[in-house]
Design a protein around this ligand. Structure first.
Ligand code: DMJ
Length: 630
């Protein structure tokens, strides 16, 4: 037994580490000393050792990690597991394991977009924000936050993030664009079904009576629609129509045709289809009809007659007059100039430019505005004193600008006449309506202003915008935008959402609405002018409101003019949604122009008939702009 004083204390003898001792001896003396301790002392020592051991084990991983981290940094820090690299950043450790679809974003945009769009509204926004922050941080460090190795393509596109963001905002509009384009294709197919079933090879479909009408007997609708089918990508329909042109179309017919209408629809349609397809069949047909129309120019004044018999080679004015319409004789130039260009035969260009030369010099204009008639004997304007941008004068103004563009902007007389006419419109025909203060184009009759505006005038916003695009005054674009709003209001203020043929604008303060329509003017012929201008305005401004306005108009056409068994019909009354009164006629320009312009309006592709390469004739057939060198 030990004395009590020694039982209460643990005594450890520390040997002098500097002195040499034999190990065996030391073990023996330790053991002896241990044996000399009381049981209580030994228990206390064992307890303390056990505590030290447990504490040491508990801190081992942190120490191990720390050592590991030190080793990583020494080796450059790449290719390691994230928990090792990110020990200093506890936020990273807090991130959940990313779902597998999140591993896609660096590879492909759209699938990620979908995930993100879908996750909207699921209450997952905060988590998305957290992930995004970490991704951004990692990008700067060129280290994938997931610890995976970044693939070469992922790491080398410095704009990947911007592209992904842009794609995210574009996505809804891409879907919307395709929906609208498909709606136009569907409308075309529906119209074409009616034409095919009931009017194949004839001029116009009568969709209600399921029959057809002839005007020239030349398959007018089919030819007018050729390039529309090409642009809309309707290959099967186009092939069927080409087959008909190849096998059935003959201009060797004893038939009177209107020079202007057959030039803009048939010659224009064939030339444009030739340019778009490169198919020589259409050029051959264009040459054939072009040469057969030439007798119209054999008049005392060289101002052409309105009608030609393409089988007999004779021409004449209408039975009741020797006058021709000014718009008609001055809106055939783009087509004959292009025919001359393609054939190398100067007679085509010479004939139509002689008309322009004479009209340029004529007396009887008011500030560049032309009367509506011109005499084929004297070559003088007749019925002086009435000035309009509507029927019988409209496309004169359009073709001044477009010939200048077609010819590479060198023919200064055409430009001068156009610019003077725009000033003439501003000075004499522009007024504001009530209550909305819409800018509209009225008419002048022997010095009296009339607030009457044809739907035909709605070509003007598009033409003004085209001129501004080709370098004319920016104020032309401002006027274009004002007039575009007016043409849109001509639709929205009607009960059917469709414009009348002629509108009268209220100018007295306090009027209930801007647009009034006379009983005789309430018809809608499926005309294209407003949609045409919407197309130009959208192309040049990229303001989506123009597409939305066009979309509304297409809905209205579908609601009130679509005939169940196929085709669309013009209607008598745009103010009666209960009974718009079908007229049982689908004009060829509905397929040639209206649906084509809808399609181009809804497309966001500026190269789909680039307005720097093509100029549209007045029937919406694109013809090439000649290069500057020509
Ligand atoms: C088309 O034949 C042409 O757009 C022409 O310039 C005017 N009339 C119809 C369409 O409204």
């Amino acid at each position: 037994m030990l004395p009590p004083s020694r039982r209460d204390f643990v005594s450890l003898t520390v040997t002098d580490s500097g002195g040499y001792t034999n190990g065996k001896q030391r073990r023996q003396s330790c053991w002896r000393k241990w044996k000399q301790l009381s049981r209580l002392q030994r228990s206390l020592i064992l307890f303390v050792l056990a505590l030290l051991l447990i504490g040491g084990l508990a801190t081992y991983p942190r120490l191990s990690a720390h050592w590991g981290d030190a080793a990583v940094e020494k080796n450059g820090g790449e290719g390691k597991q994230p928990f090792v690299v990110d020990l200093k950043n506890q936020a990273r450790l807090a991130l959940p394991e990313p779902p597998s679809e999140r591993k896609i974003p660096h590879k492909r945009g759209p699938p990620v977009l979908q995930n993100r769009v879908q996750s909207k509204g699921n209450g997952s926004e905060p988590q998305r924000a957290e992930v995004k922050n970490v991704e951004e941080e990692d990008e700067s460090k060129k280290l994938n936050w997931r610890g995976a190795v970044i693939e070469a393509e992922q790491g080398t596109d410095p704009n990947a993030k911007e592209k992904e963001k842009a794609a995210e905002t574009e996505k809804p509009s891409v879907v919307q664009q395709e929906t609208r384009l498909e709606a136009v294709r569907e409308a075309f197919r529906h119209a074409w079904k009616g034409y095919k079933d009931f009017a194949w090879g004839h001029d116009e479909l009568k969709p209600v009576s399921k029959s057809y009408a002839e005007w020239f007997g030349l398959g007018l609708t089919l030819i007018d629609a050729l390039d529309t089918m090409w642009i809309l990508g309707l290959k099967k329909e186009f092939q069927e129509a080409r087959e008909w042109v190849d096998k059935e179309l003959s201009f060797n017919k004893n038939v009177d045709v209107n020079l202007f209408e057959s030039t803009i629809r048939i010659l224009g349609g064939l030339l444009s289809t030739y340019h778009l397809t490169g198919d020589a069949l259409f050029l051959e047909k264009a040459k054939d009809i072009g040469s057969r129309l030439m007798p119209a120019f054999s008049t005392p004044s060289k101002i052409p007659y309105s009608d030609v018999n393409i089988g007999k080679g004779t021409a004449h004015p209408p039975r009741w007059t020797s006058d021709s319409t000014v718009a008609e004789v001055t809106s055939i130039q783009l087509e004959f100039r292009e025919l001359g260009h393609l054939t190398g035969d100067p007679k085509y260009q010479a004939a139509v430019m002689e008309v322009m030369r004479q009209v340029h010099k004529l007396e009887g204009k008011q500030d560049g505005l032309v009367p509506m008639f011109i005499n084929t004997n004297s070559g003088q304007f007749t019925h002086l004193g009435i000035y309009t941008l509507g029927a019988r004068a409209d496309s004169y103004y359009e073709y001044l600008l477009k010939q200048w563009i077609q010819g590479g902007k060198k023919e200064t007389e055409l430009l001068e006449d156009y610019l003077q006419a725009v000033e003439g419109v501003k000075k004499n025909l522009l007024k504001k309506s009530s209550p909305l203060g819409l800018t509209f184009v009225g008419e002048l009759s022997h010095g009296h202003f009339s607030p009457k505006m044809d739907h035909l005038v709605c070509f003007l916003p598009g033409t003004l915008a085209l001129g501004a695009h080709h370098g004319l005054a920016a104020e032309h674009m401002e006027l274009a935008q004002q007039l575009m709003e007016t043409c849109y209001q001509m639709y929205t203020q009607m009960e059917t959402g469709l414009a009348p043929e002629i509108a009268h604008f209220n100018m007295q303060a306090g009027s209930a609405q801007d647009v009034d329509v006379k009983l005789a003017d309430r018809h809608n012929l499926l005309r294209p002018e407003t949609v045409e201008s919407l197309f130009y305005l959208y192309r040049f401004t990229k303001d989506k409101k123009y597409q939305d306005w066009g979309w509304e108009i297409l809905q209205s056409f579908n609601k009130y003019t679509r005939v169940e068994t196929g085709g669309y019909t013009s209607i008598n009354n745009v103010r009666d949604p209960k009974y718009p009164s079908p007229r049982d006629k689908m004009e060829s320009f509905f397929l040639g122009e209206t649906l084509k312009y809808f399609y181009l309006l809804f497309s966001d592709d500026p190269n789909l008939i680039s307005l720097d390469k093509y100029v549209f004739n007045t029937e919406a057939h694109p013809l090439p702009i000649w290069s500057q060198a020509e």
